[in-house]
Design a protein around this ligand. Structure first.
Ligand SMILES: C[S@@+](CC[C@H](N)C(=O)[O-])C[C@H]1O[C@@H](n2cnc3c(N)ncnc32)[C@H](O)[C@@H]1O
Length: 199
C-alpha cells in the first residue's frame, strides 16, 4: 500500500472509525458481526454466552482464529488489535488460571469496552493495553502464541508489524491470523476511499 495512502492519515482514520464502532457497531461492516457473526464463524455457543454482551455485540472479526490451534492451558497469549476484546476473553478461558492474555489495540474507545467487562470476569489472567502492532510494548519472546482477527489489513507497514510479532513470540511460537485477502482487482473508487482502507 506504500504510496497509496498516508500512514499517519490511515492510523487516524482507523481510530476515528473504531471510536464510532465502540459507540454503535450496527451497519458499519459489509459482513455479519456480533453474536450472529461469531456463530456463523463457528465459535462455540458456550464461549459466546460466557462473555459480556457489550463485548460480543462489538465483535467485528472476519474469521475464527481458534479454528486453527486453540490456545492451551498455561500459555501466554497476545490478541493483536483486540478491539472490544471478544477473542481475548475466549482465550482467557482457554489458557486458564496458569496462563495469561494481553489484548492490545490502537483505539482507546474500543479498549474501554473490555476494561468495563473485566469487573465481572472470573479470571484474573487478562489485561488490555493501548498500543500499535508496528511497535509492540513487550520484551522479546514474551508470548507463546499471538492471534489477530481482521486487523493486519489495517496496518500501514505490514513488514514492520510481522517483524514485531516475530520478536515478541518465543522461538516456535504461533501466530494465528484471520484477515481480508484481495482476490481480484480493487475498483479505483474503493482504492481512493479512506473509509474502505480503514474498515
Ligand atoms: C476489524 S477490528 C477487529 C477487532 C477484533 N479483533 C475483533 O475481532 O472484534 C480492527 C481493530 O484493529 C485495531 N487496529 C488497527 N490498526 C491497529 C494497529 N496498528 N495496532 C493496534 N490495533 C490496531 C482497531 O483499532 C480495531 O479495534
Amino acid at each position: 500500500m506504500a504510496g497509496m495512502v498516508n500512514a499517519g492519515a490511515l492510523r487516524e482514520a482507523v481510530r476515528r472509525k473504531y471510536a464510532c464502532v465502540a459507540k454503535d457497531p450496527a451497519d458499519r461492516f459489509p459482513y455479519t458481526i456480533g453474536r450472529a457473526g461469531a456463530l456463523k464463524l463457528g465459535y462455540r455457543r458456550a464461549w459466546i454466552d460466557g462473555v459480556d454482551p457489550a463485548v460480543v455485540e462489538r465483535f467485528v472479526g472476519v474469521g475464527n482464529p481458534f479454528s486453527i490451534p486453540k490456545p492451551r492451558p498455561g500459555e501466554r497469549v497476545l490478541d493483536l488489535g483486540c478491539g472490544a476484546g471478544f477473542d481475548a476473553f475466549v482465550a482467557s478461558r482457554l489458557v486458564g488460571r496458569a496462563g495469561s492474555v494481553v489484548g492490545i489495540d490502537l483505539t482507546a474507545a474500543m479498549l474501554a469496552v473490555p476494561r468495563r467487562a473485566l469487573a465481572k470476569w472470573p479470571f484474573q489472567n487478562l489485561e488490555f493495553r493501548r498500543g500499535d502492532i508496528e511497535k509492540l510494548p513487550f520484551a522479546d519472546a514474551s508470548f507463546d502464541a499471538a492471534f489477530s482477527n481482521g486487523v493486519l489489513n489495517l496496518v500501514p507497514d505490514k513488514l514492520r508489524a510481522f517483524r514485531e510479532i516475530r520478536r515478541v513470540l518465543r522461538p516456535g511460537g504461533i501466530l494465528a491470523a484471520a484477515d481480508l485477502l484481495v482476490v481480484s482487482t480493487i475498483p479505483r473508487k474503493t482504492l481512493a476511499s479512506m473509509d474502505a482502507w480503514s474498515t
